[in-house]
Design a protein around this ligand. Structure first.
Ligand SMILES: Cc1cc2nc3c(=O)[nH]c(=O)nc-3n(C[C@H](O)[C@H](O)[C@H](O)COP(=O)(O)O)c2cc1C
Length: 202
């Protein structure tokens, strides 16, 4: 497993995708600021969660978890399908409930690129990460991504690129912030999304 400071997780099955496009901008930003970056095994490669296997999961799940355990911070982007987070991404995150360190007290930013801007997907993505103890530092929905991309799927719209750079910059700042400060930011993120910050808020 490749070790890296920041792990990218792409919730889209397609190699060329809107969510891939936004992660590419995130990767460029991280590399330009000398942060090491790797990408996780695709969530689409993982079998459906079998809770009785959480202690001794299949090899692909172990590989995904090792990526997650080793990273210090995360950029996660995934589509919204039928008013909710892409199922394969939710499934991959559910498998991490059995991880050694997982997302616990680590900074994460979440994005969703899709027709209406992935509002529901973002909320559900943040919720499942918060319930695993992550510090969710920020979120960004990108509506109508085709109008912001070139024919190869690269995000070219300057305003959208600037929003992604700002989100990733907040993540970078959070890596070196105190846990208390990250917790405060995360509670504000949860509030802005209208969700609870388990287990710190009943
Ligand atoms: C089955 C299906 C359901 C979808 N449902 C939604 C939806 O609820 N909200 C939305 O904004 N986009 C929806 N879309 C459009 C996706 O957001 C769009 O295809 C997006 O580009 C997918 O991400 P990707 O390009 O990274 O694979 C849906 C697409 C499919 C195929």
């Amino acid at each position: 497993v490749e070790e890296a400071e920041v792990l990218l997780v792409c919730g889209s099955y397609h190699a060329r995708s809107a969510n891939r496009g936004v992660l590419d901008v995130a990767r460029e930003t991280l590399v330009a600021t000398t942060h090491s970056v790797a990408e996780s095994l695709s969530p689409a490669r993982l079998p459906a969660l079998c809770a009785s296997q959480l202690e001794a999961p299949p090899d692909e799940v172990m590989a995904f978890r090792q990526h997650v355990d080793q990273a210090r911070a995360f950029v996660i982007a995934g589509p919204e399908y039928a008013g909710g987070l892409a199922g394969s991404l939710k499934n991959a995150l559910d498998w991490c409930v059995g991880a050694d360190r997982g997302f616990y007290r680590k900074p994460v930013v979440v994005m969703s690129a899709g027709t209406t801007g992935g509002t529901h997907a973002l909320k559900q993505l943040a919720q499942t990460l918060l319930w695993q103890g992550a510090h969710v530092i920020g979120h960004l929905g990108i509506a109508a991504p085709k109008t912001k991309s070139d024919s190869s799927g690269a995000i070219v719209d300057p305003a959208t690129r600037a929003e992604i750079v700002a989100l990733v910059s907040a993540l970078i700042a959070a890596i070196d912030a105190t846990e208390e400060h990250r917790q405060e930011i995360s509670e504000r993120t949860a509030e802005s999304l209208g969700i609870s910050h388990y287990p710190h808020q009943a």
